[in-house]
Design a protein around this ligand. Structure first.
Ligand code: BJ8
Length: 424
């Protein structure tokens, strides 16, 4: 059936048939996993709408912005400082990497034993399925894990790519390297937009992105309430949407949703029956539409109350200091804030262990599920240390490795149910 956005998608060179198949699957998946939940909040209508228009209205907005002279920058990692892009008048979007729909094409250029997230973004590009990727004037890669680092070399044959070097340690010399990368990125963006970043534009951009982090921090605090007022699936969706919706609109809408949640908390109302086990997720990011494990957990007698991941608190925990008055001071503040990210690509990564334990305590969890994508070595190896740190704090952990296929759903369910039973 023809869609009113077909002409736009055709212009973006999408494979229209495969793309309409993707939208159909996405719609069904969303209906089964999200829309079918009982007692959803009024504020979720915004998310339902954003998701129903994810390849439509938002892409149209991006095209209009481009026509007005703005650039669109796409990223796959929370290390890329959005403040720089916004300060130069651009738009930054986190790109989809949560479905295995382009796997066949991806496996033509990548080894089969590559993590699902990497295969997904390469697959989306090669299969011409993602209107976000096709809207981008620049894709920013980073040297986090080896898989991503090498995949960007392949990606750059198909899209303009700028790679930022991310240090692997947090010594003074690493900060020097990271600062030079932030400045290099700033130059690149200024060159592309033809706009010099000013103290005022950077100040505004820092305030805007901090505002989005603050509203997500508020959401996280509300989830500490017993009973929890929102499902983990919905909270994850909010975090996922934060990467591509307009930041002003997103912050306002999630603020309203938090007001509604605060009312629920005040009234002592929860989204699940009293006594439902409270679990926290920790580990690899869950990019949209990767909702498999949250669905499995929340249909196994538990509720997710927090995500220690880049589509979660790793992206929202730290703010950029807003005291700087010159571009130089603000760049220093950005460098400091981004150096605090506790990705498993760092060694040692003791901050993460402390953060996981603190978060588990604050959210009053009954257990933690460590989530690793198959073939992701940094998180799989670090899971041992996370389990040990949680064990010392008296918190149980279940380690799960999986990918985006649905083949292991029953097996995962059995393991999660046994874990939930154990925490009771
Ligand atoms: S800051 S977590 S977004 S790198 S899952 S591709 S690590 S093999 S995603 Fe990440 Fe930035 Fe770190 Fe966050 Fe590699 Fe692992 Fe795959 Fe991963």
């Amino acid at each position: 059936m023809a869609n009113s956005y077909d002409a736009m998608w055709e212009k973006l060179n999408l494979d229209l048939d495969a793309h309409s198949g993707l939208l159909e699957v996405l719609g069904k998946f969303y209906g089964d996993i999200h829309a079918s939940q009982q007692g959803r909040l009024r504020g979720m209508e915004y998310l339902d709408f954003v998701l129903s228009e994810v390849h439509g209205l938002r892409i149209k907005e991006l095209q209009e912005a481009k026509a007005a002279g703005r650039i669109v920058v796409g990223t796959f990692c929370v290390f890329v400082p959005e403040e720089i892009v916004l300060a130069a008048g651009g738009i930054q979007v986190g790109l989809c990497a949560g479905a295995e729909i382009g796997n066949e094409q991806a496996e033509k250029v990548l080894p089969r034993n590559t993590c699902a997230l990497i295969k997904s973004f390469v697959g989306f590009k090669l299969a011409r399925l993602c209107p976000y990727i096709e809207s981008c004037d620049l894709i920013v890669g980073e040297t986090t894990c080896d898989g991503k680092k090498k995949a960007y070399e392949i990606f750059s044959d198909y899209s303009p790519v700028h790679v930022m070097e991310i240090p692997q340690m947090k010594k003074a010399s690493d900060r020097v390297l990271w600062k030079s990368e932030v400045l290099g990125f700033k130059n690149k963006v200024e060159e592309m937009t033809g706009k010099k970043i000013t103290a005022q534009s950077l100040k505004d951009a820092i305030h805007l992105v901090n505002g989005r982090r603050l509203v997500l921090q508020r959401l996280n605090r509300l989830r500490a309430a017993v009973p929890v007022p929102i499902s983990g699936r919905d909270a994850l969706l909010i975090n996922q949407i934060s990467f591509y919706d307009d930041p002003v609109r997103f912050t306002a809408k999630i603020g309203e949703l938090c007001d509604e949640l605060a009312e629920r908390v005040k009234a002592g109302e929860g989204v699940v029956p009293k006594g439902t086990r409270r679990l926290m997720l920790s580990g690899c990011p869950m990019a949209v539409p990767n909702w498999k494990l949250p669905y499995v957990i929340e249909s196994s007698g538990a509720v997710i109350v927090g995500e220690e991941s880049c589509i979660g608190t790793r992206n929202t925990r730290d703010l950029v200091k807003e005291t700087g008055t010159t571009v130089e001071e603000m760049v220093e503040a950005l460098v400091d804030r981004y150096m605090r990210i506790d990705c498993a690509c760092f060694t040692p990564n003791t901050e993460r262990l402390e953060n996981v334990v603190d978060m588990a305590r604050e959210l009053k969890v009954d257990g933690v599920i460590h989530y690793g994508l198959s073939f992701c070595q940094p998180y799989a190896i670090e899971a041992f240390k996370v389990e040990k740190a949680l064990g010392k704090a008296g918190i149980s952990m279940l380690s799960i490795e999986t990918d985006y296929s649905m083949e292991d759903v029953e097996q995962l369910k059995t393991r999660v149910e046994a874990f939930v039973e154990m925490t009771s």
